[in-house]
Design a protein around this ligand. Structure first.
Ligand code: ATP
Length: 381
């Protein structure tokens, strides 16, 4: 038994590698301009990216950064002002939406309230003239997939928000699109349901093997579900990478700030020693830091330190920085200490709460801030 599993593994990994090497969707230098004159909006500014087959890919960025516009260009609801959109290597920039093997799940679900769950799912397949038996079989299959078999005959107006979301997903998956586009599909759900649906969506993507392109402004959604994420701002893609890569090594200040909480510190780059950068903090302490791709020139740099990579000690003499606690915010799993440093900068330290309560600190206390190995990172400004 063990032998057969081991024998299968290299084949599966080869499959995954070759799938990862094939692009499902490509945007090449895509620009989209709306309006003209004073009302002109550059929604996308020469955006290039490649989404691999079988990938859960997320477009993440603040409101108005161009995420939905890019999704609509892939769907065919808009056409690029410049540049090209490719699907499986073929230019589809001018193909109408119904000729693209792509389906969209919208924010508002767009279900027919007077039809049953099964009729809603069947509708699109009937429009495609699929044979009756095939429609029946597909409806049953996707209902199983989204775990809604028991509600097939219920009208969609009689469903909860989470159930409607599942029907919208089932309907979009039914014609077996090559690419499923999801435009903030979880935003109408409450927090607990949203978290459940995040896991559910990932499962659906794994089980169907369909390429998912997911739009959100919620960094947690992007980090928990995606194979890779593109962080966007003002019509441009700033960084593309796996969640861990983007969180641990943000390419620039905007990305560091947008994904998770970050402390920014002014520091002086002293140079490299044994492959590690050495920087002097405003306190005078010298610490090691990791470098961006290119070595900066010796002189002023910005440093980032994530709140969970710093610690607090009662004796400031035993730490590289010191600060006074201004606020203590309790989050259940952890506590955030907001400190004011001597030079006026703010600094947040996050400490996990333990069963025994650990050593707590109170506002007004002057404490030392320790910085873990590999915690500080020089930012490309
Ligand atoms: P949100 O998260 O708020 O949906 P987004 O990142 O999806 O934002 P887009 O909807 O892609 O942003 O919009 C990008 C920019 O293009 C915005 O400034 C928006 O106002 C503008 N825009 C989008 N569609 C149109 C349109 N049809 N006509 C004019 N401007 C538009």
């Amino acid at each position: 038994m063990v032998g057969s599993v081991a024998a299968e593994r290299p084949v599966r990994e080869m499959d995954r590698r070759s799938a990862a090497a094939t692009s499902a969707v490509e945007a090449r230098e895509v620009t989209k301009i709306f309006g003209g004159g004073q009302d002109m909006v550059v929604a996308l500014d020469a955006v290039s990216l490649t989404i691999h087959q079988n990938e859960f890919f997320t477009l993440l960025g603040p409101s108005g950064c161009g995420k939905t516009t890019l999704l609509r260009l892939i769907a065919g609801f808009e056409h690029p002002t410049d540049g090209r959109i490719l699907l499986d290597g073929e230019d589809i920039s001018l193909l109408p939406p119904f000729r693209r093997p792509v389906n969209t799940v919208f924010q508002n679900y767009a279900l027919f309230p007077h039809l049953t769950v099964a009729q809603n799912i069947a509708f699109g397949l009937e429009m495609l003239d699929r044979p009756k038996a095939e429609v029946r079989e597909t409806v049953a299959r996707v209902l199983r997939l989204v775990r809604m078999e028991d509600l097939a005959k219920r009208r969609t107006s009689q469903l909860s928000g989470g159930q409607q979301q599942r029907v919208a997903l089932a309907r979009a998956l039914a014609p077996q699109p090559k690419v499923l586009l999801l435009d903030e599909p979880l935003s109408a759900l409450d927090l607990k349901l949203r978290k459940e649906m995040q896991i559910e969506l990932k499962r659906l993507q794994d089980e169907t093997g369909i390429t998912f392109v997911f739009v959100t402004h919620d960094q947690e959604e992007a980090l928990t579900m995606s194979d890779r994420t593109a962080v966007m701002n003002r019509g441009r893609v700033l960084q593309i990478g796996a969640p861990r890569e983007i969180y641990d090594h943000p390419s620039e200040r905007f990305v560091a700030n947008f994904i998770g909480e970050t402390n920014f510190l002014a520091a002086e780059y002293l140079g490299r020693e044994n492959g590690r950068a050495r920087v002097r903090l405003a306190s005078g302490a010298v610490v090691e830091a990791s470098l961006p791709d290119a070595d900066p020139r010796p002189g002023p740099v910005s440093l980032i330190i994530r709140p969970e990579h710093a610690g607090l000690v009662a004796d400031p003499a035993k730490a590289v920085l010191s600060g006074r606690i201004e606020n203590v915010v309790y989050f259940g799993t952890d506590t955030h200490y907001h400190l004011r440093l001597a030079d006026g900068d703010r600094f947040i330290v996050r400490r996990q709460n333990t069963r025994d309560g650990g050593v707590g600190f109170a506002p007004g206390e002057e404490l030392g801030i320790t910085v873990g190995d590999n915690a500080a990172q020089i930012l490309k400004d």
